[in-house]
Design a protein around this ligand. Structure first.
Ligand code: ATP
Length: 770
């Protein structure tokens, strides 16, 4: 809704006035920061002068120590106040050219005068008048802007709910310090503004969405009542964006007791981590810890010498199917194993195993130097099980480690003596006695230290051996399954034989890694990281029940936000709970998450509106999953996706190169050519490379995201988006199996503005209208 010229004039004046105020404050803060910096330098200098002066005189040592402690205290305080000033300065510098983006006029119940609330990225109080010139978008009252159309409205403060009436909702576009546009909005947050945001070309990195957060998204961002928040959101519905703004919100709301180190985000790969890495800094917050599950597993198994398979290699195996001459029986054996090992039933078996091991059965390994065994596995076992079984395993392990360390101390002393005697006896050592003592001490230390390290890291427990027992010993597995109220899987013998064979080759397949790490954690009693208070899992559909049980154990004090889209679940293991492998997402799958998290306070929120793609692309992608979650496209129109058949590979490459060029000429800053597998990517890259100079090949190890023209397997594009997507070969020879449907859907939904599909032979049946 356009506003009157006069009012617009007033708004422009206010922008200028607020900006002037901010600039002034920036100047003051700059001076304060400089002053504090020079004070700090002076104190630092005096500190060292004091030490050098006083330390010359032995009598002054005590006095020096006292003065050092005191000065250090002053130094810490001074550093803190410098960083406060610098923080405030940085925040204002970031917003000075665009101080706010919205205004609401709100009259609280019982009040006579409405209040004008201006909302921006950070709050700003006029230091002279104490007037709040800008409210932070995360302040309680700002939620009215996101949640309500003009009319009755309520917002929640920590103390109470405040009701009133929203009289006006206004949005501003302020660039380089000048008001460019201002308009009043009605029902939802300016479709106009959202249209503008979504029509732009995809940026180098993900952008923040604070100016246009939608009501249903705001509900997720500000939820702090539930321990587990599950978000099922359509492709492009803003799950990742919401996750990041939520982290910023929590950091603001709990700023006195929560910092970025208390939060962890699990993302699908390093490329994605890089892609989203600037959102929080843009919002003035530090980045949370970000990792991939794979990195976590690798970290947990580091030091064991075991290398685990990458999830993408597992996926490649699944996608390759039996097409490349792979033995059908072997393929099926592994597929059955993947499903079983991700299931809640197998989790119960491992839990039962953990219970049993409390009283007997932990496999210990000997402590030996070369062939000489210092402490036998039996001694360790005896010692461990001599403690009451009511004591937690972790405590008993800790005692055992302490005991081993004591034994090793004695052994080290003994070894040292022997080294010394040997030196004395052998004429080739010609040192003084203290020298020989020092040498023998150091040699003994070198010999025993690795053993001590093994003791400290509980590397004397043979978790892999115990995991193998689970498969080599059918009666054990059967007994555990029964005690957990489960049955052995129907294809047990196949799974059993396959697993033992692979483990004996020294390979840890991806499907074995989490159960193994879980078991390891149970027997070592070291499965907890208490500092994490919020754990956010993006692409949550790609995690199995096992993963969730593990995360819950790992972060016992954390609240969880799990964001996913079952329609994009491309990993077989992830579907194991509902047994819908390859099919469309079923709402029933959520129940299992709350069950697994063992939390009553679980809330599931659905996001059905998709913002990324044009209406035409979203509708096109929806036909790939006829029974998928409903998706409501945001009303932004573009050209319909184009389907082009090529006669052969040479023509395919030529057509694709021309399509890329067309998109680039049309202004697309990012164009992605998506293939099915690594193999197909390699082949396509070889053909297209000469036709498209500068074509970037994206690998699973790629760490940095850079806009431009790129080629990759579709699964690596998860979570990302591009101005234009080109599907390399959408033929029936490539996409036909039900397990490939979701991957195909994921690929199509990466496109913001243009989607071009090419194919050889027949078109994929996923696009045949029913
Ligand atoms: N409220 C909003 N205002 C502006 N842009 C938005 C909003 N919500 C989402 N978007 C935009 O929509 C696009 C998709 O968002 P995002 O990547 O967060 O979705 P997603 O649900 O995680 O997608 P997917 O599951 O398909 O990877 C992004 O460009 C994001 O900036």
């Amino acid at each position: 809704m356009a506003i009157q010229k006069e009012e617009r004039e007033q708004e422009a004046q206010r922008v200028a006035a607020v900006r002037a105020s901010i600039k002034k404050r920036i100047g003051e803060l700059g001076e304060i920061a400089d002053e504090r910096q020079s004070e700090l330098t002076a104190i630092g200098r005096a500190f060292w002068d004091d030490i050098s002066v006083n330390a010359d005189n032995a009598d002054d040592i005590i006095e020096t120590a006292a003065s050092m402690a005191q000065q250090e205290h002053v130094l810490i305080g001074q550093k803190r106040s410098l960083s406060v000033a610098q923080d405030a300065l940085r925040k204002l510098q970031r917003v000075v050219d665009s101080p706010y983006f919205a205004r609401i006029d709100f009259i609280e119940q019982g009040e006579k005068q409405p209040e004008k609330i201006y909302i921006g990225l950070t709050s700003f109080i006029d230091p002279k008048t104490d007037e709040i010139l800008i409210y932070d978008w995360r302040a309680p009252i700002a939620s009215v802007f996101y949640d309500y159309p003009p009319g009755p409205a309520t917002y929640r403060t920590p103390e109470m709910d405040v009701s009133g009436e929203l009289l006006l909702k206004r949005q501003y576009i302020i660039k380089a310090g000048a008001l460019q546009d201002v308009f009043d909005t009605g029902i939802s947050i300016g479709d106009e503004m959202l249209q503008q945001m979504l029509s732009r070309s995809a940026d180098e990195r993900m952008q923040s969405i604070v100016t246009t957060i939608q009501r249903e998204q705001n509900q997720i961002i500000r939820d702090d009542q539930h321990k587990v928040l599950v978000v099922q959101g359509a492709a492009g519905s803003g799950k990742t964006s919401v996750a990041l703004q939520r982290i910023a919100y929590l950091l603001y709301k709990y700023r006195t007791r929560l910092s970025a180190e208390n939060m962890i985000l699990f993302s699908p790969n390093s490329l994605f981590s890089d892609y989203v890495s600037n959102v929080l800094p843009e919002l003035g917050e530090a980045n949370m810890q970000q990792t991939t599950f794979q990195d976590y597993l690798a970290h947990k198994l580091s030091g064991t010498g075991l290398a685990i398979e990458d999830p993408y290699d597992q996926l490649e195996f699944i996608l390759a199917g039996t097409e490349q001459g792979q033995d059908h029986a072997a393929y099926e054996a592994r597929m059955q194993g993947i499903r079983y090992k991700a299931s809640a039933a197998f989790l119960q078996v491992i839990e039962a195993y953990g219970e049993k091991l409390k009283t007997r059965g932990i496999r210990f390994s000997d402590f030996a130097v070369g062939k000489k065994v210092l402490i036998t596995a039996e001694q360790l076992s005896e010692r461990f099980y001599s403690k009451a079984s009511t004591q937690p395993i972790g405590d008993r392990m800790e005692h055992l480690s302490d005991w081993i360390l004591e034994q090793l101390e004695e052994i080290q002393a003994d070894v040292e003596k022997r080294f010394y005697r040997k030196m004395v006896r052998e004429p080739k050592y010609i040192g003084t006695e203290p020298e020989m003592k020092r040498m023998s001490k150091s040699k003994a230390h070198k010999a025993i230290e690795p053993l001590k390290e093994r003791a400290r890291s509980i590397a004397y427990v043979d978790a892999l051996g115990m995991y193998r027992d689970l498969f080599s010993d059918t009666s054990l597995h059967h007994e555990l399954a029964q005690s957990a109220g489960e049955e052995l899987p129907a294809v047990w013998e196949t799974i059993r034989a396959f697993t033992v064979e692979v483990l004996d080759q020294g390979t840890i397949l991806y499907e074995d890694a989490t159960p193994l790490v879980y078991l390891k954690g149970l027997v070592e009693g070291q499965l907890r990281i208490g500092t994490i208070r919020y754990c956010v899992v993006d692409e949550a559909q790609d995690y199995s029940p096992f993963h969730y049980a593990y995360l819950k154990k790992l972060f016992p004090r954390a609240r969880f936000t799990l964001l996913g889209d079952w329609n994009q679940g491309i990993f077989t293991h992830a579907n194991a709970s509902a047994g819908t492998s390859g099919g469309a997402g079923q709402p029933g799958e959520y129940a299992s998450i709350s069950e697994l998290m063992k939390e009553d306070e679980t809330k599931t929120i659905r996001l059905v509106k998709s913002y990324r793609s044009t209406r035409e692309i979203t509708e096109f992608a929806c036909q790939v999953l006829p029974h998928g979650e409903p998706i409501e496209p945001f009303s932004r129109s573009g050209e319909p996706p184009r389907l082009t058949r090529a006669a052969d590979e040479t023509e395919l490459s030529r057509l694709i190169a021309a399509a890329v060029q067309k998109r680039r000429d049309g202004g697309a800053s990012s164009v992605a050519i998506l293939c099915k597998t690594e193999r197909e990517t390699e082949r396509a890259h070889a053909l297209l490379g000469p036709l498209l100079p500068g074509l970037q090949r994206i690998h699973k190890q790629t760490q940095h995201y850079e806009a431009g023209v790129m080629i990759m397997p579709a699964y690596l594009a998860k979570g990302l988006e591009f101005d234009a997507v080109i599907l390399y070969d959408a033929g029936a020879a490539v996409y036909a199996e039900s397990r490939e449907r979701k991957l195909f859907y994921t690929a199509c939904t990466r496109a913001q503005h243009h989607l071009d599909l090419f194919y050889l032979g027949e078109l994929t049946p996923f696009l045949m209208r029913k």
